[in-house]
Design a protein around this ligand. Structure first.
Ligand code: TMP
Ligand code: MG
Length: 289
């Protein structure tokens, strides 16, 4: 049905169930579909030529807008909390307070840097941000099919938007839920807006944005893309859901985490830096449109 399902990087707990869901989504067509995707390490690459690629936080953290001292502090936070984020021996409940602590400390450090809004575009331009291979087909095809794409990110919304805008992909079907910066009248960062979104509270974030999901209430099929187990709850706000096909990128600590990913994602992409599978599913669901 979809040759890409047989790629060596594609693994599934129950292939038949996956094929049934895709067939059901195909029958409903693109008019019944919405896509919900994480950004960092899902739409963006995890690594390129053996080097890690930056998250939306890293794009800013590595930039000239951040002092050397602050870079050091942010790096220390990353070294302390990232291993907790991906630790398969801890439950989500155990991780929660650590994630809130990480995000709160990182945001506070950024606020101290008096970041200028007008320099963000340049920082993104000069960064090593990289989307996964096949990203253009993914964004453009969704636009052509009029399928809404929600990018749901615990990263920095202003940076995520800028990456997408600079690639010419911020089409009218794209919306971003994320942590947005609040600038003062001089364009200097003074706070973050709204409720904090971290890796493991996307469910709450989804439920807060009820209006968005209400608008899409006739789209009963969801293609969900993520790279963290926290991304599995991104579709919890969807109303009258029929199928949620969950595709998970397993980028890091592959052997250790494979079992838990296979248990919760319908399809696991092991060290796969492409959008090939999502693109193939979209082509199938749209019947070649
Ligand atoms: P997400 O991909 O689930 O939306 O989460 C964003 C990623 O950002 C998550 O994997 C951790 C990462 N991160 C940083 O790289 N630096 C930071 O300072 C913080 C708070 C998060
Ligand atoms: Mg991610």
């Amino acid at each position: 049905m979809i040759p890409e399902l047989s790629k060596p990087s594609v693994i599934m707990r129950d292939r038949q169930r996956v094929e049934e869901m895709i067939q059901s989504m195909h029958r409903a067509g693109p008019g019944g579909l919405q896509v919900i995707s994480d950004f960092d390490m899902t739409l963006t690459r995890f690594a390129y030529n053996g080097q890690r690629c930056p998250t939306s936080h890293n794009i800013l953290d590595n930039s000239k807008l951040i002092s050397e001292d602050c870079k050091k502090s942010l790096k220390e936070l990353l070294n302390k909390y990232y291993p907790i984020e991906i630790d398969s021996s801890r439950t989500v409940e155990e991780k929660l307070p650590h994630m809130v602590e990480w995000w709160t400390k990182a945001h506070n450090l950024l606020i101290q840097q008096k970041i200028r809004k007008d320099l963000l575009a340049q920082v993104v331009q000069e960064s090593e941000a990289m989307l996964r291979d096949g990203y253009k087909e993914f964004f453009d095809h969704l636009r052509d099919l009029n399928v809404p794409l929600l990018i749901f990110s615990a990263g920095l919304g202003d940076v995520v938007e800028e990456v997408v805008r600079q690639k010419g992909l911020f089409h009218s079907n794209v919306r971003v839920f994320s942590n947005y910066m609040d600038f003062d009248e001089n364009g200097i960062l003074r706070a973050f807006k709204g409720q904090l979104i971290h890796t493991y509270n996307k469910r709450e974030g989804a439920l807060l944005n009820e209006a968005h999901f209400h608008e899409l209430k006739d789209r009963h099929n969801v293609l969900l893309l993520g790279d963290s187990l926290g991304d599995l709850t991104m579709a919890d706000g969807v109303q009258n859901v029929e199928n949620v096909l969950k595709i998970g990128y397993l980028n890091d600590k592959v052997e250790e985490r494979k079992e838990s990913y296979l248990a919760s994602y319908d399809i696991v992409l092991e060290r796969d830096e492409t959008m090939d599978l999502a693109n193939a599913i979209l082509r199938h669901v749209s019947g070649g449109q």
